[in-house]
Design a protein around this ligand. Sequence first.
Ligand SMILES: *Cc1c(COP(=O)(O)O)cnc(C)c1O
Length: 374
Amino acid sequence: MMPENLIRLSKSVIGPEEKNAVIKVLDNGRLGMGSEVKKFEDLLSKFFDRPALCCVNGTAALHLSLQASGVGFNDEVLVQSLTYLATFQAISACGAKPVPCDVNKDTLTLDLNDASKKLTNRTKAVVPVHFAGDPGKLHEIYEFASSNGLRVIEDSAHAFGTKYNNQTIGSFGDISCFSFDGIKNITSGEGGCIVSDDMELIRLIKDARLLGIINDTNNRFSGKRSWNFDVSTQGWRYHMSDIMAAIGIQQLNKIDYFSRKRQDLAKKYDELLSFSNQISSFKRNYTSIVPHIYSIILPKTTKRDLLREKLYSLGIETGIHYLPNHKLSYYQNPRLGNLLNTEEIAPRLLSLPLHPDLNEEDLEFVVRSLIENL
Ligand SMILES: *Cc1c(COP(=O)(O)O)cnc(C)c1O
């Protein structure tokens, strides 16, 4: 049974603005990809100051970006094992092999030492994951990629609104992929976007998201579609709908409030947890980083499942980010060796509730309950 007044791990924070915007689209009777998607794309392009394309979810954003980067059958892609399954599935969807790498202990971002050991002549790209919104030392990833001729596809699903060296994630670099699923920093119900200033890549993705139909996007934006067309590549039904875009537009309006709220809550967690010598949290700069999740490392002796059950019975939902992907049957590789940090930290990670509808008292209750039940 779900406890009453459950403090949820994450949630969509939706107001009358989103509801009214959706009703307008419904009343208009055009629910597919049309003028709302164009408007959302224009607003995103302004936000990032470079071209942005919307698609059906963050996984599709990664898949489209990898495909348009030329990642294909038997190619290898370096990626941290500690990420959402979606990152791995997007790579294998291209017929390519995700090569699971270790993470840095302090940020849970890609460990370049380990990644460089796993370079082969089949390596085509590297996919850094901005874990919890933290880009780690992103410039080092770009140096590594450029000296090895790799594309960089940033999995920025956690990092909408985060700044790195005073620049918004997505506003610089090779390719950045965002997710707008229901629990991300902003949502469009489901949804995602790709940001890049590589115009050839943008052109390829524009077509690939609409079954590969050449130049269909502009027709869709003006309420038409192509009846007489050609196709020159494999495409997908990965476009965004106007219903989703209508939600996304309203959420984007609220990004400053959402970001500030997440940052303040994370700072509050830091402060509350600083009194515990059993729990470690990550030292992140929440002035520039907008946290998507708040993870802690539990003491070695804590039984995580029991703790989670106990907290749930007290009305606190927690999460596990993530099961390392190299442990999954589909991605196992006996030649891989050990991912030392991942294996040491992953079983002890626990994510605490974090979303803009929480307040300081909620966090005090969470931390008190946590410490009493370690
Ligand atoms: C959410 C997420 C994705 C995928 O996004 P969806 O919109 O859910 O498909 C990819 N990578 C990470 C790290 C995510 O958290």
